[in-house]
Ligand binder design. Structure first.
Ligand code: SF4
Length: 326
């Protein structure tokens, strides 16, 4: 499904003079990681694979690579994110081979319902097809806007689960190309405009507005559940691109300023079972926004985002999606 340019990786490693590397991979590219390690060792570069599953460019294993004495880190599956890294790091995004045009062609009538002026966004997996998609849509009478996005994203038009800056342009509606729900729901919640997701694998199109409304209702229910809470655990992550210490401290101060007990906690992989022994009534996750939004059903205590705490304390009325902006 994905292409990894092994020769290109080898060339960069040789330019760096690297003799030992750590390879980090998401769940879906484990076999590719293994194949790359075999290839590098055939070419006289020792390769170690990290067995920790990686979810994003926000979590590079550069510190581990350094401790292992590696000259470089190969981070598979995600595109470059601006972070201070301890060893040279090669980000190898996994570009999907699927053609996106047939799915766009099939759904042209649905796409027309977005309006004439549309913002086009996608994930790193399909970003290499974005210009082709733009051309196709322009030929079909649309005015297509591709937002630059901020410094957290690598390419114009790219969205992350925590950053929808590329979708914030002056368009009538947003067209998302890709599979999965979290990104397009995030777009719809963050941008608050009609959002249509076209899946290039299945050829299906789905409107996200209703999904986003449903999710916002669930989030209001979490806020309501936390209304009587007095003791808050404010959790941030030590993963480099999720460590929002200043924001976490701000939330602690806000809660304390409103007469609540609040304690700052850091952990690497944020999960409820690891927090269970503490004495808190509710939690605030100031790290990856996917944790409280995707995983809240597995938490026995209410778990909120920083923006939701502001609502809880009466400092904000409108619901806002939690984003990490660059
Ligand atoms: Fe993805 Fe979460 Fe990392 Fe953002 S913080 S890149 S959504 S894993």
């Amino acid at each position: 499904m994905h292409e990894i340019g092994r020769e290109e990786v080898l060339r960069v490693l040789r330019d760096l003079g690297a003799t030992k590397v750590l390879i980090q991979t998401p769940e879906g590219l484990k076999r590719e990681a293994q194949g790359l390690a075999d290839f590098l060792e055939e070419n006289k570069i020792e390769a170690i694979i990290s067995g920790d599953i990686n979810y994003g460019a926000c979590d590079p294993a550069d510190g581990e690579a350094k401790r292992l004495g590696c000259d470089a880190l190969i981070h598979l599956g995600h595109s470059y994110m601006t972070l201070h890294l301890e060893v040279p790091t090669i980000f190898v995004p996994a570009f999907a081979k699927v053609d996106v045009i047939p799915a766009l062609e099939k759904n042209l009538d649905e796409i027309r319902k977005l309006g004439k002026r549309i913002a086009l966004v996608t994930t790193a997996q399909h970003i290499h097809r974005l210009e082709l998609a733009r051309k196709f849509l322009e030929e079909n009478g649309f005015e297509v806007l591709i937002g630059r996005g901020d410094s957290r994203v690598s390419w114009p038009g790219q969205v992350l689960g925590c950053n929808f800056s590329a979708a914030k342009v002056d368009a009538d509606g947003i067209l998302f190309i890709g599979a999965g729900y979290f990104h397009p729901i995030g777009v719809a919640m963050a941008v608050k405009k009609p959002t249509l997701a076209v899946n290039p694998y299945s050829g299906d199109a789905i409107w996200l507005d209703k999904e986003a409304e449903r999710l916002v209702r669930k989030r209001w229910a979490q806020i309501a559940k936390a209304m009587d809470a007095q003791r808050f655990g404010v959790v941030t992550s030590t993963k480099k691109g999720q460590l929002r210490l200043a924001e976490a401290r701000r939330i602690v101060r806000l809660l304390r300023g409103h007469g609540k007990y609040a304690r700052l906690i850091t952990m690497n992989h944020i999960n409820y079972p690891a927090l269970e022994g503490f004495d808190f009534d509710a939690y605030v996750v100031v790290a990856c926004p996917r944790v409280p939004i995707d995983d809240y059903e597995n938490w026995r205590k209410p778990v909120l985002t920083p923006r939701e705490v502001e609502i809880l304390l009466g400092l904000r009325e409108d619901y806002e999606f939690d984003e990490i902006l660059g």
